[in-house]
Design a protein around this ligand. Structure first.
Ligand SMILES: Nc1ncnc2c1ncn2[C@@H]1O[C@H](COP(=O)(O)OP(=O)(O)OP(=O)(O)O)[C@@H](O)[C@H]1O
Ligand SMILES: [Mg+2]
Length: 589
């Protein structure tokens, strides 16, 4: 149990906002426990107004009375960091949900985030006499398939010298492994495998944060080919109810080339979360061939959990990600949906009777979202190695209105925008990412342009912008055909329209439920884009719009077969040959 620093008394309860009177100097964001009989409910100070302390309680406050005691522990809400977090499913306050018989904890129940009795084979990588600072690597253990660094605690302040380090061997989480002393000699820290860090404060144990420049492959064509996200980049997926946000995020979480994936299911429906629980453990990581859960951490909060723990869950996910980034790893965080998080902020702000901003969201919503996204990024560590956190959130704008405050605020911050279109979802053109309005601002970065030039092809950027132009023009042609009728436009309109449809069906659309089609490696994406662009530049001997439609539908079917066949397999080669035969039938140049 944590040490009690100060005591207060409940003077008011408004749902999960608890007003507490205390004479003691209580600070903003301090952690406290509100007592109801034997139960101790976790809370966080969200406003201090003289002697009135406003606490958001992470639990249901049913039965709480004026006069109940509140214990303040003098520190902020923290996560416990150490080996053993991978494969775990936590709630927003880092309770290990696997340790429960039931899916949810009882009120006032908190459990250990790590496995207290676990032992790890520690290999020292630093030596006595080395000077170190917060976040520096001292040794390593093997966590699932990852090399997990044991680091100088992030809270260590200044420069230290290693006085003592244990030999290679099996140790427990709380065993002292390394002793470090600061340069003044007045502070000594015994480093174990465990450390704590407050979730609302960014971990800054790195020498430099730079603009993202290398691609994070997701295997999703509309992302990688047209709107790539970078390692350490940020993006978001706004989409109305049922347009495919969760399916797209799940696909990315399974396929992305990341070392660690943290999936924060904040405030989504309970059944979707159960899906994650049951589906993920059975899946195989396409990069390592090992179980997908080995690199995954799930943070689950459903809409039936109190709002405040939803608010905490995104911060918990980010802090754990920062811990792994400091080990030099590529971390990907997916949050579904950040709108539920913003709603939690709104509820709290309303209860505090703060002056409301648009749609009653807090006035500082944009700043809160920007500060959160800013914790992602590509960093160079003190030892010259690099690590990254890529963040991809979904937003659920009510009624699909992209002008609502959470979408607008996120748009100002996130660099990639994957707008799901209701129309495309209705037409079952999945993933329903709108090819015209979506973008990746990384394509404007000179570092990214250089990277794509070198790693994919010197013509890649040009190919992407050509493809986008073709898709935009085809929207215009479609409108004209709709207005003037099939016979009312020149035949070339039909040809160009169908050439764009080929790109739509073969590149943009992708079956997230087919093993092969769901994940397209970059070499294959390059080949396919170049193939459809080549077709786009060809001339054909086609005389009527009916003939064009029939011919292109055959091409589309053939290339869809190709998409479903394993890359470079016999079936793949056969499908490609058949496609070439179709092309030869009508091609004139
Ligand atoms: N890439 C895809 N391939 C095939 N089907 C898809 C794809 N994306 C979405 N779907 C279909 O759309 C349905 C709804 O998708 P999903 O649950 O991801 O929507 P959502 O936007 O997360 O909805 P909500 O707003 O309710 O959270 C899926 O059950 C699936 O049938
Ligand atoms: Mg969803």
């Amino acid at each position: 149990m944590q040490e009690i620093k100060n005591i207060g008394k409940v003077t008011g309860v408004i749902s999960n906002l608890v007003v507490v009177a205390s004479e003691a100097p209580i600070s903003q964001n301090e952690t406290c426990y509100i007592k109801i009989g034997e139960e101790r409910l976790l809370g966080e100070v969200i406003k201090v107004d003289g002697k009135d302390i406003f606490v958001q309680c992470f639990e249901s406050t049913q039965g709480l009375k004026v006069g109940n005691e509140v214990e303040f522990v003098g520190k902020m809400i923290e996560v416990k960091l150490g080996p053993g977090m991978l494969s775990k499913t936590y709630d927003g306050l880092q309770n290990d949900l696997n340790k429960l018989d039931d899916l949810f904890l009882k009120r006032g129940q908190y459990n250990d985030a790590l496995d207290a009795d676990s032992k790890w084979e520690f290999t020292p990588t630093a030596k006595v006499g080395d000077t170190v600072q917060a976040g520096d690597w001292l040794g390593e253990v093997l966590e699932n398939t990852l090399t997990h660094k044991i680091m100088v605690p992030f809270k260590a302040d200044g420069v230290y010298t290693i006085k003592n380090i244990v030999a290679k061997g099996k140790y427990g989480l709380e065993d002292s492994l390394v002793t470090i002393r600061n340069t003044n000699g007045d502070e000594e820290i015994k480093v174990t495998m465990v450390q704590y860090w407050p979730i609302k404060r960014a971990v800054k144990c790195y020498s430099e944060k730079v603009r993202p420049f290398s691609m994070l492959e997701t295997g999703v064509r509309i992302v990688d080919t047209l709107n790539p996200i970078m390692e350490g980049g940020t993006g978001f997926i706004p989409g109305a109810f049922g347009t495919g946000k969760t399916v797209l995020q799940h696909a990315i979480s399974k396929q992305a080339a990341a070392d660690v994936v943290i999936f924060a299911a904040c405030g989504e429906r309970a059944n979707e979360i159960v899906e994650v629980f049951t589906e993920f453990p059975k899946l195989v990581d396409p990069h390592t061939g090992k179980g997908l859960m080995e690199r995954t951490i799930i943070i689950a909060n459903t809409s039936n959990m109190p709002v405040a723990s939803r608010e905490a869950s995104v911060y918990t996910a980010m802090t754990i990600a920062e811990y792994y980034r400091t080990m030099g790893l590529k971390v990907l965080i997916l949050a579904d949906s950040t709108s539920r998080w913003a709603q939690a902020l709104r509820e709290t702000s309303n209860r505090l009777e703060e002056l409301p901003g648009p749609d009653a969201f807090p006035m500082d919503l944009t700043a809160v979202i920007a500060a959160f996204y800013a914790r992602a990024g590509f960093t160079y560590l003190n030892n010259g190695k690099s690590g990254s956190i890529t963040f991809l959130g979904t937003v659920s704008p009510s009624g699909g209105n992209l002008k609502e405050p959470v979408t607008e605020a996120t748009k100002k911050t996130a660099r990639c925008f994957y707008a799901l279109s209701q129309k495309r979802a209705d037409q079952k053109r999945y993933p329903a990412v709108d090819p015209v309005t979506s973008y990746s601002k990384y394509l404007e970065y000179s570092e990214v342009i250089d990277y794509l030039h070198e790693h994919i092809s010197p013509l890649w950027i040009e190919n992407i912008s050509n493809t986008k132009d073709i898709l935009i023009r085809s929207n215009e042609i479609r409108e004209q055909i709709n207005i003037l009728g099939d016979d009312g436009v020149p035949i070339d309109y039909h040809l160009n329209f169908w050439k764009a449809e080929l790109i739509d069906f073969v590149i943009l659309q992708q079956d997230a439920f087919d093993k092969i089609d769901a994940m397209t490696p970059m070499v294959r994406q390059k080949f396919m884009l170049e193939l459809v662009l080549k077709v786009h530049s060809m001339k054909f001997n086609l005389e009527s719009f009916e003939e064009i439609a029939t011919y292109f539908k055959r091409m589309i079917n053939q290339l869809k077969q190709l998409n479903y066949s394993e890359y470079e397999s016999d079936e793949y080669k056969k499908n490609l040959k058949e496609f070439e035969t179709i092309i030869k039938e009508k091609r004139i140049q």
